[in-house]
Design a protein around this ligand. Structure first.
Ligand SMILES: [Zn+2]
Length: 282
């Protein structure tokens, strides 16, 4: 049995704003709206467009944003008005068909194109924005405000008690699937306060001994998920019924259907299993 290692989201990636003059090797993450172009290899693994597709991309009505590079490979987020002959679908279509690096880049790309698309005008004075020369920011020259890509901090927490974890399912989950609890940080709150508030609201219990474990960019639409383990303190499960369809304690060696390996919810579960000396699926 191997101990769980928290995944790195962007191994080897260097974030930059301006592309070099000559791009020999490239990955293009192409979106129509917030849906990503669907191309897969023969093993069902999702593929970005590459330098071989440069002419096709140039022929699109599109905006391209340079994101940075991995070694000599340059990464672009492409916002296209339409795509011919290639279907598009939401980013969840990549689950199970890609690794953490590629999902992390696609996550970055969709947030960059959405930010740029929705910040053409100043939110304060209505002036026309322009791109900042050196930063990923939109600038209003009329009033001086800068608009950076927006992130919404959120907490995600695995509640544990001895050999059990508390997992819940909301009404939108696939049949039978349970996961950890999550929620957005409100203005003025610390993440720890969010955790205690959301856990109490959603499942009625109190938690303590919060332990931060790591984070993940979660592009639905722009969360930064801060992952915690929390120990159960007191209270019985009481569901917030408009959000939570069911919640229950599960033994570590008898878990229900849980999210796949690309999600931070799964990393928290695997981390806890590993700590308890229970088997972690490779
Ligand atoms: Zn302005």
């Amino acid at each position: 049995m191997s101990a769980f290692v928290w995944p790195e989201a962007n191994p080897g990636f260097v974030s930059e704003i301006s592309p070099p003059e000559d791009v020999e090797s490239a990955w293009h993450f192409v979106f129509v709206g917030n849906e990503i172009a669907q191309r897969f290899d023969q093993n069902g693994q999702w593929l970005p467009f590459t330098e071989a597709d440069a002419a096709m991309i140039a022929g699109l009505d599109h905006v391209s944003h340079y994101m940075g590079r991995i070694g000599d490979r340059h990464c672009f987020a492409v916002d296209a008005k339409a795509l011919q002959d290639v279907p598009v679908s939401g980013l969840r279509s990549l689950f199970g068909h890609t690794d953490n690096l590629m999902f992390g880049l696609a996550s970055r790309a969709v947030q960059v194109v959405e930010w740029y698309r929705t910040h053409q005008f100043c939110g304060r004075c209505g002036g026309r924005n322009r791109e900042h020369d050196r930063d990923r920011a939109m600038v209003c020259d009329d009033c001086g405000i800068h608009a950076y890509p927006r992130l919404s901090p959120s907490m995600i927490v695995l509640i544990h008690r001895d050999n059990q974890v508390l997992l819940a399912r909301n009404h939108r989950f696939p049949e039978g699937m349970y996961s950890t609890l999550a929620g957005f940080v409100e203005p003025g709150e610390s993440v720890e306060e969010t955790i205690r508030r959301e856990v109490k609201e959603e499942v009625g219990v109190n938690v303590h001994n919060l332990e931060y474990q790591g984070s993940q960019s979660w592009p639905f639409p722009n969360s930064l998920m801060l992952g915690y383990l929390a120990e159960y303190e007191s209270g019985d499960i009481v569901l917030q019924e408009d959000e939570i369809a069911d919640a229950a304690w599960f033994d570590g060696d008898n878990l229900p259907s849980i999210p796949g390996k690309v999600a931070i919810s799964r990393w928290l579960i695997d981390l806890w299993l590993s700590r308890r000396g229970l088997p972690v699926e490779p």
